[in-house]
Design a protein around this ligand. Structure first.
Ligand SMILES: Cc1cc2nc3c(=O)[nH]c(=O)nc-3n(C[C@H](O)[C@H](O)[C@H](O)COP(=O)(O)OP(=O)(O)OC[C@H]3O[C@@H](n4cnc5c(N)ncnc54)[C@H](O)[C@@H]3O)c2cc1C
Ligand code: SF4
Length: 524
């Protein structure tokens, strides 16, 4: 039964990705007069075919947050998925609570997602209750600051934005200059493990499910039985205390090597030296300021080299904020972007991992097992194949949004449409991340033992990435020629004999047809 209190002053709305006890929604909160409203709604798990671990991370984190608030004496009107009264949508649950509690006002933090913000405003209007939306100060760059940065620029580039953020936050700077003299250490940070491999990698700290999380796991297993992914290895942090331990573990054990090996991939090593903190930070129970400060402190104490501290600070305060800025600046039109006119369906193996391509089998298999892949696996394996094949960018987005534990619309959409698929035509990246199978060969051991040869674009053993890469360049030759940063790659096209060009087009077409036929057999 829901705890009810008729006539609250404020109904304080906390959405599933706003689990921050220091958020502005609690400014002026009066436990004797106000009620917190939190709702688990089925539509959030089903509007894309969500990985079971993604659903479980949300629900477990929300329930732990609820209990922490109640322990502080807050009245929490919690709408659990299993409740018989729960009708499964944001609007219906909010209306039910407002009619029952009759608050004078709704107080909320700005939702991260454009669609949810519209729903919230619409619901409040329908209910005739005043709504007070407060800015989300978990983020480090406000909409106004991002607009000022973007103002006169034709295109947006991370590097300039990131330098402004470093100066503004005083991270790794001496006055207005970067510590060590360089803003960017990317050139030192592209190592692979070589033939000998990574050796024994430090295993990230895991968080075995407690009783509350086990209940959630049982609920997800029964209610979302047909959803993709496994819960067998579920060990994500779902409380602020565990997230802090996960951060400390990262800084202590993986940060020193994070920079040099941030692009490296290896079979059976899903995390390499990455932080594994994205879900905790996106659900807001870890503050990106704390993560960046911990990395800087490790450098200042000589526990991590500058190239690693800089690299991870770039992710937390650079990329993450930049991506959010792009989302809010260009939504709602942004989600319709399709600059390259891509229209192929998503291959079915993205949901099963069943493919002869060893790299995709590894990355998708790992994703289904854990709900996680690191950045280069997402960008240069799962995303790259979809881009070269010409999959409709919104279909690619829906897959990424469904399948990763850290996926939320504001972060997935620009990463997929802008960075990975170049569907925005260059709003946030200067060129498509297009590469042959040789890139994957250089950065991983996936090609060892794969039945395809990354050097070949033609023949039965040609690597599909390599065939599709040349086909991609040919299909978009005119547009890419106009892009100065693609000059070298496009000029290489002229090295292909006319017959080879035609043969590659045929082989790529056959591959595309076969994958499309399979996608039609198993529609999703
Ligand atoms: C196609 C594609 C889709 C992606 N979808 C998501 C998504 O849905 N949710 C998500 O959080 N990240 C997404 N990313 C970004 C990135 O891959 C993940 O944040 C990262 O892999 C999470 O692992 P980690 O915590 O170990 O990150 P680390 O490599 O340790 O990086 C540290 C932190 O920086 C932040 N970060 C790094 N890169 C980005 C980025 N490009 N955008 C936003 N934040 C970033 C994350 O909070 C991350 O935890 C996507 C990237 C690509 C290429
Ligand atoms: S040969 Fe091609 S398909 Fe096989 S693992 Fe390497 S890049 Fe992937």
């Amino acid at each position: 039964m829901r705890p009810t209190r008729k006539y609250a002053r404020f109904l304080t709305l906390v959405l599933g990705d706003q689990l921050d006890s220091r958020s502005a929604v609690f400014d002026g909160f009066d436990p004797s007069a106000d009620v917190v409203w939190v709702a688990e709604v089925g539509e959030e798990a089903t509007h894309v075919w969500s990985h079971k671990a993604r659903i479980a991370v949300f629900l477990a984190a929300m329930r732990h947050f609820r209990d922490a608030l109640r322990a502080q004496g807050f009245a929490v009107d919690y709408h659990a998925l299993g409740d018989s009264e729960n009708r499964g949508s944001f609007a219906t649950e909010l209306m039910e609570a407002v009619r029952r509690i009759e608050p004078q006002r709704l107080v909320a933090i700005e939702p991260g997602e454009w669609r949810v913000k519209q729903n919230l405003v619409e619901a409040a209007r329908t209910l005739g209750v005043p709504l007070n939306i407060r800015p989300d100060r978990h983020f480090l760059c406000s909409h106004e600051e991002f607009a000022a940065h973007a103002g006169g620029r034709k295109t947006l580039r991370l590097e300039y934005f990131y330098r402004e953020m470093r100066r503004k936050l005083g991270l790794l700077v001496d006055g207005s200059r970067p510590v060590g003299g360089q803003w960017n250490h990317d050139a030192d940070n592209r190592l692979s493990f070589g033939k000998e491999g990574p050796g024994k990698l430090p295993r990230p700290l895991g968080f075995p499910p407690d009783q509350l999380t086990r209940e959630v796991i049982r609920l997800v297993e029964s209610r979302f039985a047909g959803h993709p992914g496994s819960l067998a290895h579920f060990d994500w942090p779902v409380t602020p205390a565990d997230a802090r331990r996960a951060l400390d573990d990262f800084v202590e054990n993986r940060l020193p090597q994070f920079g040099p090996y941030e692009d490296a991939m290896w079979t059976g090593q899903p995390y390499v030296y990455h932080s594994r903190l994205s879900a905790a930070v996106n659900l807001k129970f870890l503050d990106p300021r704390d993560a960046a400060a911990a990395a800087e402190q490790a450098y200042r104490d000589d526990r991590a080299p500058l190239q690693s501290a800089e690299a991870v600070i770039r992710q937390f305060i650079g990329w993450r904020e930049f991506i959010r800025g792009v989302y809010w600046r260009f939504m709602p039109d942004y989600e319709k972007s399709n600059a390259l006119g891509a229209d192929a369906p998503l291959p079915w193996f993205y949901w099963t991992g069943e493919t002869e391509m060893a790299c995709l089998r590894e990355v998708i298999g790992q994703t289904l097992a854990l709900g996680f892949a690191h950045h280069i696996q997402r960008l240069m394996v799962a995303g790259l194949f979809a881009q070269l094949l010409g999959v409709h960018p919104f279909e690619v987005h829906k897959w990424f949004l469904a399948i990763y534990v850290d996926a939320l619309d504001w972060v997935t959409l620009p990463n997929v449409l802008g960075m990975s698929q170049f569907a925005d035509g260059g709003v946030m990246s200067s060129k498509p991340y297009a590469a042959t199978g040789r890139y994957i060969q250089r950065m991983s051991n996936y090609c060892v033992g794969c039945r395809f040869d990354p050097a070949k674009s033609l023949g039965d053993d040609a690597c599909p990435f390599t065939t599709l890469y040349w086909d991609f360049l040919m299909r978009h030759e005119k547009r890419l020629r106009a892009n100065l940063r693609m000059g070298f790659q496009v000029r290489n096209l002229s090295r292909l004999a006319r017959d080879d060009r035609a043969a590659i087009r045929r082989q790529a077409g056959a591959l595309r047809d076969a994958l499309a036929a399979e996608a039609r057999r198993y529609p999703r």
